[in-house]
Structure formats: C-alpha cells, structure tokens
Write a protein that binds this ligand. Sequence first.
Ligand code: FE2
Length: 338
Amino acid sequence: MAATAEQITDLPVLTEAHRESAPHPVNGYKRFEIGSFRFERDEYFARIQCPTVTHVMDVENFMRSMIRDVAWGFFYGWVNFDEVFGTVNNYDSVDVFMGAYNQAYKDSGTDFTERFEPGVLQACFKGLMLDWTNAGFNPFAAPLETGSGRGPKNGSNDEAVNFQRELADRFVSLPGDTPIRSDENGRPVNRQFADVDQSEPEVHAEAGFEGQLAAFNLFKYLSRSPVTWNPSIVSIVRSSAYCPTSEEHILPVDHGNDRVEWFIQMSDEITWRVADKDSAAPMSVVTMKAGDVACMPADIRHRGFSPKRSMLLVWENLTPGLEKRYASGELPPVPATF
Ligand SMILES: [Fe+2]
C-alpha cells in the first residue's frame, strides 16, 4: 500500500461529492465521508479513517488546522495537520494523505493518499467545519480569545467559519482600496497591541500627483486583526505578494513549502520548529525577534510558536509553475549558498 512518488503522480482525480450522515444520536455531530476517507468527531477528538489506519487528533487542534486549510484554499504545497494527516495542493487537484510524509508510516506500508478535485474537497471540509463548530468557538481565534470547541454539539458559529481574509483591491489608502482597513470595519485594537501607535502617516504629494501618492499605518491595521495565523494580502506587484498577519499561540499546521518563503518579524517574537518535509524528522529551531528576516527553504515544513501576539510579514512568490521548478531540482531549495 505504500505510495511511491510515481504512484502519487499517477493518482486518479476523484470528483464524487462527499456524504454526510444524520447527526449522531448522542453527541449530535454528523459524520463526513469523501472518497475512502471518513471523518467523525466526539466531545474531545476527531477520528480520521482511511483504508490503512485510523488516526485520532484533539478536536480543537484538528479544527484550527482545517479552518486554515479551507480559508487558504489549500495554500501552497503541504498543509500538515500533524506529523501524519494533511493535504497537498497540486493547484489543479488536492491530495489528502495519511502518513505519506512520515518515514515510519512509509516504512510500515500504512501510508495512504487520495486525490480530489479541489471544489468537491472544499465543499466537504467547509460542511464539516460548519457542523462541528459550536457556538462560542472561533477556530481562527487565539485560545485566550475564544471559548472551547469541545463537548457535545451546541449551536454553531457560521460567521467565524465563513470569515474571509482581506484582499486589497488596489494600493491601500488610495481611493477604492476597500475593505482592507480593519479600523473602518469597527474592529478594536487587540489587547496585546494597546501600545501600537494609531496615527496615520502624513502624505504631501508634489503638485500634479495628488491622489496618486499614498501611505498607511500597517501596524495600526495589524493591531486590529481579529484572527491569528491567517495572512491578509496588502500588496501584489506582479508575482510578489506581501502577506502580513498577526500571530498568537501555535500555528495549527506544519506548512510544507513548495517554494522558498521569506519571513520578516515585525514585532515581538516567534519560535519556528523546522522539520524535513518528506520524513517529518526534526531539523532546526529558529527564534525570530522583531526586525529579524529569515528565508524558509523550499524543502522543509515549519510550525510557529508565538508566546504573545506578534506581527509577521510573509513574503510570497506567486510565479506560476514555481513549485515544479523546485520539485524537479532546477532551482536549489535555498535562495543563497554561503
Ligand atoms: Fe510556509
């Protein structure tokens, strides 16, 4: 059953819609099935079953991971919910895997991968999140800013599950930039950013350039972010995307890069645990303090730990086909060799 690289490349794309059970008579949650994967939850745990194994996860950790997989549209490359289960974005399809990037599962032949059309998988995961999220639990929020996701079914929180990250329509603060500036959406300054200067920069354009020159206070914007580990996009210049985000507690997923990715720590501190993308073997621990810049290589997975709310700028290269150039070895996994 162990999948080789060739088998994973050749997987058929499943397009059949997911199935939902009636609510469980005791805990009230529906069971979701897609392809040969089955997802069930109880008061404490999510259970994921595939033809080779059953995997169990803390249900809050599972939902914090899945809401980001849904909201990011499966993101770039690998979204590892933990060392065993996760998804890979192939951009025209998405793989759901169990143990396929964990050396012990591969060695024992219990790894399993299935490939789905992105739309049908998105509908399954979104439906699951809507059903499994209780009133008072926001899987995007830091643990100290939300109620518990545990226990029997108790209402819902569709507003939190449907939260959309903000995309600027044009350069922020120029006319028509809506809806990027959170303060105008009535969001309060986060409790841990009470000291962030809220004044906007002064702009003095030369005669003839009025309305073409703009600036805004990014720290003010980020100090009002209501979510964690969910990048907004404030600028795109060709294939260069600036994705600032506010972080607190633990990045719920181990992100496996399919390209190099730059981090600029704008405030406070995040510790990154870096591991091998294919085997999950630990590689390094990187602590970034305010002002530090780091490049995460294209062949690793990483998970961040932010002891208080911090601001991080993630700089992404959106060049189409980049993932294939790194996967083939055409490009080295690091931007510079010393
Ligand atoms: Fe990453």
